[in-house]
Write a new protein. Sequence first.
Length: 214
Amino acid sequence: MIKLAKPDIKQKDVIDACMANLQKEPTLSNITKSRSFIEQKSNKYNDLGEKGELGNIPVHTKVLGGATKDDMVWLYDKKFVRDGGRIFYNKIMKIPPFSRCPFCGVRRVSTLDHYLAKTEYPTFAITPNNLVASCADCNKKKSNLVFASREEELFHPYYDEFDDEIWLKADVSLVVDEVLFKFYVSKPEAWMEEKYTRAKNHFEKLELNDLYVQ
């Protein structure tokens, strides 16, 4: 797992770019009415992330003001990925050093992951700090996961520090003429139980042992 620098991108600039030539109705009207709320909540996202409180954000299907889940998903897919917002998509994709996926630390980044899934938290569909460059496999395994508790939250590359201790270890065995490895999460003495549980969930959900033994 790799800690990343946060995107140096203003939410206002992202919305401006995505709405520059937006004509589709009622999407245009809906997002226009929700714009100030989206900016406000997207800026608040960073405060919650710093405090480890992203789990306090409730799952929702509508954005205050009028935008729907479908509006926000469409805005990301059509305007952020393919149109005016592409400049920001590309900028976030370049954040990981050597293009390595921050979730697994091995594969190359090829897509953007929504840390809070855009289908479950549409307010943050185009929030820069909610978008993390990742490999396709980690993105797929993470999917639209909703975290029921802090312990279930996967490592967030912009906010979590998981390289302060050695916590990933491996058992090595020899079977016939083959050396076999089995990786596992070991709790450092300095870690609280919550952090250890999060590391285990991250490791298991993304099936990292299968990746590391290859």
